[in-house]
Design a protein around this ligand. Structure first.
Ligand code: NIG
Ligand code: FE
Length: 418
């Protein structure tokens, strides 16, 4: 038996073993059982008893089904916002200058420390619901606005609570190495020691995060500090990933690759050596066009070099109060196309198959394939390029999470009512 069967639809399976582009199956059918995909293929190839095998049959009027979108890089739990810094940015102050004046990450650290768990949870829940309405079924959430034990743990706890209360997969990342807190008793070296000797062991032991991230930059942590941090993370069985080469070339991506990192993210200043190291280790390049846009960056990540080297490229919202106040992750494929010249297939791969890989979920999420999670988004578009083409996020008709309806648009509800 199947729990459900979807007919009268086209499938963008994103499965590399299926037709290019998009792993597309026109006039497809997809069956779900027990939260996973049980059958996928052309409708004409369905077994004869398909209609009786399914408990429920849905006809989709020619909609496209894609894997549910995966936003593999966000900082969406935070206190306050930084709208008050926006005019500084517009008046030509750089991100580094604003940080040096006590703004930037430190300003959000202050607001996040002051926020209660409930305040953090409620504000993040509103953001999450907007993001889910854009087709997101898996989201990564980083800590990194606490920079002390209590607040970092509070952020991770909020991320876990979001997952318990909404049909969405949340992958938690510990970003204690986001900035050096002004008030750590041991100063810079003491803070790095504290991350390595206290936070990472505690987080690993209690399974509070899946991965450890850092900000390798002149205004963040040195490659040497990140190297020590990543050694500790790996020795405790945690994945690593890195904010690398966002504002300057620190050799961060190659360093991350040497630790088998899942991803290196941003990458505007990535060198050919960095590309080669990422290709050799299978590290995903996570490109963040919204941060590029907000910072009015002019240097493009080396897209062609990444392409030539065969480095998988993911794209993500980077949702955060400083460089990417984005609540519409559905904008990101279009931004990646227009700003970074990704083809629509590359852009959609970037928020499905490659984003799943950037989270260590390559074997279960990000493709429509038998045995994979039935995390699915349905789109009323004639051509998948429309997901990149319309300026303003294209909204899904509905999403499924583990085979269950997780979000339904007003339009779809009206369609169902006829
Ligand atoms: O991904 N660059 C470091 N971290 C974030 C920004 C965080 C912030 O400004 O609050 C980013 O761009
Ligand atoms: Fe980030």
């Amino acid at each position: 038996m199947w729990d459900s069967l979807y007919l009268d639809c086209h499938l963008a399976s994103m499965d590399p073993a299926v037709n290019k582009p998009f792993g597309a199956i026109r006039n497809g059918a997809l069956a779900i059982n027990d939260g996973t995909i049980a059958w996928i293929g052309p409708e004409s190839a369905l077994p004869d008893d398909a209609l009786t095998r399914a408990k429920v049959v849905h006809r989709l009027n020619g909609a496209w089904l894609t894997p549910g979108l995966v936003d593999c890089h966000t900082h969406m739990v935070f206190g306050g916002n930084r709208a008050h810094e926006f005019d500084m940015l517009l008046n030509g102050k750089s991100y580094e200058e604003i940080a040096a004046q006590g703004g930037g990450i430190q300003a959000t650290v202050k607001a996040t420390r002051e926020a209660t768990e409930t305040e953090l949870y409620e504000s993040a829940l509103r953001r999450l619901d907007r993001m889910r309405a854009d087709g997101i079924t898996t989201i990564e959430i980083k800590s990194g606005y606490g920079l002390d034990r209590e607040t970092e743990l509070r952020m991770l706890k909020v991320a876990a609570r979001l997952e318990r209360n909404r049909p969405v997969r949340v992958m938690r990342t510990f970003l204690g190495a986001h900035a050096i807190p002004k008030d750590h008793p041991g100063g810079r070296a003491g803070y790095v020691d504290f991350l390595i000797n206290q936070m990472i062991p505690e987080i690993a032991k209690n399974k509070l995060a899946h991965a450890v991230d850092g900000f390798c930059e002149t205004i963040g942590f040195t490659p040497d500090e990140i190297d020590k941090l990543f050694k500790a993370a790996r020795s405790h069985g945690l994945h690593v990933k890195l904010h690398a080469e966002q504002l300057s070339d620190q050799g961060g991506a190659a360093l991350a690759a040497s630790h088998g990192a899942l991803s290196a993210d941003h990458l505007e200043y990535l060198s050919q050596d960095g590309i080669d190291a990422m290709a050799a280790s299978g590290t995903v390049a996570v490109l963040l066009p919204a941060a590029f846009y907000v910072l009015r960056e002019t240097r493009l990540p080396p897209i062609d070099g990444l392409r030539k080297a065969g480095v998988p490229m993911a794209i993500a919202s980077d949702c955060n109060p400083g460089t990417a106040p984005v609540l519409s992750p559905g904008l990101i494929p279009g931004m990646a196309s227009t700003l970074f010249r990704l083809t629509p297939e590359e852009a959609i791969s970037g928020m499905t198959i490659h984003a799943a890989r950037a989270l260590g979920l390559a074997d279960s999420v990000g493709q429509l394939r038998v045995g994979f999670k039935a995390d699915i988004a349905a789109w009323a578009v004639g051509d998948l390029a429309e997901m990149c083409y319309w300026v303003g996020s294209t909204k899904p008709l509905f999403t499924l999470f583990n085979g269950q309806l997780a979000y339904e648009s007003h339009e779809y509800r009206l369609l169902k009512e006829g």
